[in-house]
Ligand binder design. Structure first.
Ligand SMILES: *[C@@H]1O[C@H](CO)[C@@H](O)[C@H](O)[C@H]1NC(C)=O
Ligand SMILES: *[C@@H]1O[C@H](CO)[C@@H](O)[C@H](O)[C@H]1NC(C)=O
Ligand SMILES: *[C@@H]1O[C@H](CO)[C@@H](O)[C@H](O)[C@H]1NC(C)=O
Ligand SMILES: *[C@@H]1O[C@H](CO)[C@@H](O)[C@H](O)[C@H]1NC(C)=O
Ligand SMILES: *[C@@H]1O[C@H](CO)[C@@H](O)[C@H](O)[C@H]1NC(C)=O
Ligand SMILES: CC(=O)N[C@H]1CO[C@H](CO)[C@@H](O)[C@@H]1O
Ligand SMILES: [Cu+2]
Length: 621
């Protein structure tokens, strides 16, 4: 056995090898030593177990098995269930199936059992209170095949807070009760209680799940989801999820307190670090908190001559991430759950909640090594300027793991454009035309005072939840008179809706819609001139960045009865009320959507809140 700390130290002392990050002065950014790889030997990529439970555990020092050179690659699909001939999802593929209308049914259910706990963690060496899923940060990866059912039982062992988990990007057709938005679809799960979610893997690709109760997810309740499905561009190796997000050296309630302070004392929380799969170093001289230097950065393994799929996910509370790999072009094959016609780029931009799947081709040199980099531009997202950069080493099979890669950053790797790639580049693989909407809504978003607090308003409406009285449960009872702060808008049986959202603010907003993929018709700075990009087949996804001082134009078909939040995915903006609820086909909610009439979860929540004060400072989401 070798000593982790000593190896890390040795790697730093390799001196000349450590390359200072060029072009950007990373204040206080300490060495990025590769992690020790106690379990990994030699050149083999490691056997892939088809049973996620049989994969190796967490590397020393980390809180998740992700992001180490011995993290096993993922299979192309799961086979630990009775398989019909061929693919688990049958003959459906990326070009012959409209996945919104005809997802496959495998009749296989993947079950997971999660326990949420609160404890002190130090992912970057700085000790903070965090929230863990089965003791992990990021939490355990959910893996399923396209067409499977996913069933997750969540035990809330947080002693003093409710919780709810949201499965980002799934349509939840007929299963909205399991969408995990407290006060909208369900009551929060009380401390000591459990809740079992059941939903279908109707779309395929890369996503994540996260707490939707206040800003809990900013304290660690995030984790990847991989739904194996048809391939559009063949590749050899699936590296798996790479979550890149901001990190705060305080429990999330501190951020909520800051942003919800009455005028004039409110302020935007500043992120303190940037993590890849929950890992980075931090310069301990910059904090008064208990801190251990050289916590370790993430590392990945490539095989020379092979093509590698990487599943980038931005689970930040607030940050826009710029992601690049030195010396390598990334071939983009999907955005969110939507496969697209491949295009090449060197820098990927992800707003909160967004995913991009890429294929990276490795050189034939077995000893190659180089850096993956991620950067949060300060003009896009409020950071303290000390920890907005993270890097992770990528090693080929015979590279010396004790040596820092020596590679140069891509041109533009740290560009400060607070917007997604041009919509003309992102063309869905399965073409669908948006058509003309039945109803168009113009929404002007900006900050306004409610008399005491500065909140986000959309057309003079802001949002605050009532945990004890979920909107969906009321709709199921036929009660459609919601109070003003519920911010519910009834679009009845309109077949399609178009939202023109204007941004009267100095910040970009990653806008997310539950229960749907949106057609992204246009996005830009200033005012929309009426032009639709790729009108026959516009980009579709579930989050798109509304640029600073600009707009987005989105549209979707009302094919999913329910109450769906259209919200900014910046945790602090949601706290301040940036949520617009779409009530879709209320009559069909009564007729078709399965919602328990007497919710045990609400009874448990009512019992708990009868004896404890819920200190709901923010909107509740
Ligand atoms: C999908 O299947 C159809 C046959 O149903 C076939 O013609 C087509 O080439 C397949 N597309 C892909 C991308 O595999
Ligand atoms: C799934 O179950 C349904 C109902 O029992 C059945 O009709 C269908 O053929 C099954 N599909 C597969 C792929 O086994
Ligand atoms: C994209 O990059 C890949 C790998 O470098 C290359 O094979 C392909 O030809 C490129 N495609 C385009 C359109 O440049
Ligand atoms: C403004 O909003 C905050 C946060 O929801 C709330 O606590 C406060 O009571 C509101 N002020 C008024 C005057 O309604
Ligand atoms: C369409 O939505 C609007 C709200 O914008 C509503 O007034 C109208 O009644 C809806 N139409 C139908 C057919 O439900
Ligand atoms: C389209 C639009 O109205 N954009 C606005 C975004 O916010 C800035 C700042 O308030 C305005 O100047 C823009 O007109
Ligand atoms: Cu926002």
């Amino acid at each position: 056995m070798f000593n982790l700390a000593r190896l890390t130290q040795a790697a730093i002392l390799a001196g000349a090898i450590f390359q200072k990050v060029q072009a950007y002065a990373v204040v206080g950014f300490p060495s990025a030593a590769p992690r020790a790889n106690a379990g990994w030997s030699g050149n083999s990529a490691g056997a892939i177990s088809n049973d996620p439970a049989k994969r190796p555990g967490i590397a020393p020092g980390g809180y998740s098995p992700l992001g180490d050179t011995h993290t096993p690659q993922l299979p192309h699909f799961l086979t630990n269930n009775p398989l019909p001939q061929g693919k688990p999802w049958g003959t459906k593929n990326a070009s012959n199936t409209n996945y919104y209308e005809n997802p496959p049914t495998t009749n296989v259910t993947r079950t997971y059992d999660f326990t949420i706990t609160k404890g002190v963690i130090a992912p970057d060496g700085v000790s903070v209170t965090g929230l863990l899923i089965n003791g992990q940060f990021p939490g355990p990866t959910i893996e399923a095949n396209w067409g499977d059912w996913i069933q997750v039982t969540v035990h809330n062992n947080i002693p003093d807070e409710g919780t709810a988990l949201h499965w980002h990007g799934f349509l939840q057709k007929g299963t909205q009760y399991y969408d995990g938005v407290p006060g909208t679809t369900m009551c929060p799960t009380a401390p000591g209680s459990s809740f079992t979610y059941t939903f279908k893997a109707d779309l395929y690709g890369t996503s994540w799940y996260h707490a939707h109760y206040s800003s809990q997810y900013a304290s660690g309740m995030i984790a990847p989801i991989v739904i194996h499905g048809p391939q559009t561009v063949p590749y050899d190796i699936d590296i798996g999820p790479v979550m890149i997000g901001d990190w705060y050296h305080s429990y999330y309630t501190e951020g909520v307190d800051q942003v919800m302070k009455p005028i004039p004392n409110w302020k935007n929380p500043l992120s303190n670090n940037n993590l890849i799969n929950g890992r980075n170093n931090y310069d301990c001289s910059l904090t008064n908190l208990p801190c251990t230097p050289n916590a370790g950065t993430a590392a990945f393994k490539f095989t020379s001559g092979k093509s590698h799929r990487i599943r980038f996910i931005n689970p930040s509370a607030s940050a826009i991430e710029k992601i690049s790999i030195d010396g390598h072009v990334m071939q983009v094959i999907a955005n969110d759950f939507v496969p697209i016609q491949p295009y090449n780029t060197t820098v990927i931009t992800l707003g909160v909640g967004q995913r991009t799947d890429v294929i990276v081709y490795a050189s034939n040199s077995p000893t190659d090594s180089f850096w993956m980099r991620a950067f949060i531009p300060g003009n896009c997202s409020p950071t303290d300027g000390k920890g907005n950069y993270v890097q992770a080493a990528i090693f080929h099979e015979q590279a010396d793991l004790a040596k820092q890669p020596v590679s140069s950053a891509q041109p533009g790797w740290n560009n400060n454009i607070c917007a997604n790639d041009d919509l003309s580049l992102t063309v869905p693989y399965y073409p669908i035309s948006a058509g003309n909407p039945d109803t168009t809504e113009t929404i002007v978003a900006g900050m306004q005072s409610n008399g005491t607090h500065l909140l986000w308003y959309q057309n003079d409406r802001t949002f605050r939840t009532n945990y004890n009285d979920p909107l969906l449960l009321e709709a199921k009872l036929g009660n459609l008179k919601f109070n003003d702060l519920a911010n519910v808008h009834n679009y009845g049986t309109n077949r399609s809706l178009r939202f023109i959202v204007e941004n009267h603010s100095g910040q970009p907003h990653p806008m997310h819609l539950h229960g749907h993929n949106m057609f992204i018709l246009a996005s830009g700075v200033g005012r929309w001139d009426g032009t639709v990009v790729n009108p026959d087949n516009p980009q579709r996804r579930d989050v798109h960045i509304m640029p600073i001082g600009g707009y987005i134009v989105v549209q979707w078909n009302q094919d999913n009865p329910g109450i769906w939040a259209f919200h900014c995915h910046i945790a602090w903006h949601v706290s301040q009320g940036m949520v617009w609820n779409v009530l879709e086909q209320p009559q069909s909610i009564l007729d078709k959507v399965d919602v328990p009439s007497a919710s045990q979860t609400c009874r448990e929540w009512a019992a708990w809140t009868g004896q404890h004060v819920v200190d709901q400072i923010d909107s509740g989401l």
